[in-house]
Design a protein around this ligand. Structure first.
Ligand code: SF4
Length: 364
């Protein structure tokens, strides 16, 4: 089974659609290009004590521009990473400083709880960890898309959504307590998993967004060249999106709802569609993307079709779309009539035909 999965996965990097839509991701895996965080680590940050937050953001934006130019030169083979010095302080250090600043009045996601998580206050996600990672589990997964596996998946505790059908509800809604892992240890684990054959690092949860600071601290310590995947519900704030720029190589989004009412009803979240689509647009400006859409029963017209239609209109050639039909009622799903069953064959057929009509680059 492992060998079969591995064979499919190796072949998957040669598939024209994957090479066309995720060229940089493929080249990081084939060792032809450095992951973005490696370049961020080489962008010099002139650290000054007592910098104001405003000054730090201005500096971040300036260095981000420099990073984009440097990456372009590396990608065009006009510069190699080895030609760049490893500075005492880098853009990645500045990102870590800003990540800590945000936590003083938390707006990592669009819940914008404004709690001081550095002093231990708790927001909607209930994540209090700031120094270390609080993870449920980690390991090599084979149950992802062929171009992603074998994937080193790291499951963080806590989530800013309250999805009524969450299959990982013991993690996302705190029925577990999690394990505290120091960034140094996690970076070592990542190195070991890479040696075992992991193709990437897959930051997931729960939701990775509330855990941004320990994730950045860990990435700073990663010594191996491996693509970073941000596997998320896409409710990040614009500031979080900025900090992810120059760190994430491929976004793996979970684009569930085609309207705000369904999002409010089933995930207890506001302004979903505007925020999620804004972040998809930002994500494709920064990195490459695979979009997952989990079909929900009775939500083909209100969710599946509008989601697929939006993708087709805004990023048809830039995204691989995985139309997922494996929904099974979990957690509180039985309390909601509409989602209390699996997706029917007719619904799956309808969704696939719609994706075909829209000429999406889809897998299912
Ligand atoms: S990350 Fe958590 S505390 Fe911060 S804004 Fe989002 S839900 Fe609130």
């Amino acid at each position: 089974m492992w060998n079969l999965a591995k064979f499919d996965s190796i072949e998957s990097l040669k598939v024209p659609m994957v090479k066309r839509i995720l060229p940089r991701y493929v080249k990081i895996i084939t060792k032809d290009l450095p992951a973005k965080f490696q370049i961020s680590k080489r962008i010099v940050f002139d650290f000054e004590s007592n910098m104001t937050t405003k000054k730090m953001w201005e500096e971040h934006d300036r260095l981000l521009e420099k990073l984009h130019q440097t990456q372009l030169m590396i990608d065009k083979d006009k510069l190699s990473l080895d030609e760049l010095e490893v500075p005492r302080f880098s853009l990645l250090d500045l990102k870590i400083m800003l990540g800590k600043e945000i936590l003083k009045s938390c707006e990592l996601c669009e819940r914008r709880c404004r709690v001081n998580r550095i002093s231990g206050e708790m927001g909607e996600c209930k994540v209090t960890q700031t120094k270390n990672s609080l993870i449920s589990s980690e390991g090599i997964h084979l149950g992802e898309e062929a171009h992603i596996i074998p994937s080193h998946t790291i499951f963080f505790m806590g989530c800013n959504f309250h999805c009524q059908f969450c299959q990982n509800f013991t993690i996302s809604q705190w029925y577990e307590s999690g394990t505290n892992v120091h960034p140094k240890i996690l970076a070592e684990v990542i190195k070991g998993r890479k040696r075992e054959g992991a193709r990437n690092v897959n930051w997931v949860g729960g939701e990775p967004t509330p855990n941004l600071l320990p994730i950045l601290k860990t990435i700073k310590l990663i010594e191996v060249n491996t693509p970073q995947i941000w596997n998320s519900n896409f409710y990040m704030s614009p500031k979080t999106m900025k900090l992810l720029d120059g760190v994430v190589d491929m976004y793996l989004s979970d684009f569930k709802y085609g309207n705000n009412e369904c999002a409010k009803h089933l995930s207890k979240i506001d302004n979903y569609f505007e925020i999620c689509t804004r972040n998809h647009t930002l994500a494709t400006e920064q990195a490459e993307i695979t979009i997952r859409h989990l079909m929900l029963p009775n939500h083909i017209e209100c969710c599946t079709k509008p989601v697929l239609k939006w993708i087709a209109k805004n990023m048809r050639t830039k995204a691989i779309v995985n139309i997922m039909d494996q929904y099974r009622p979990a957690y509180k799903a039985k309390e909601h009539m509409d989602i209390s069953r699996a997706v029917s064959e007719a619904e799956i057929e309808e969704a696939i035909n719609y994706a075909k009509k829209l000429k999406l680059n889809y897998v299912s």
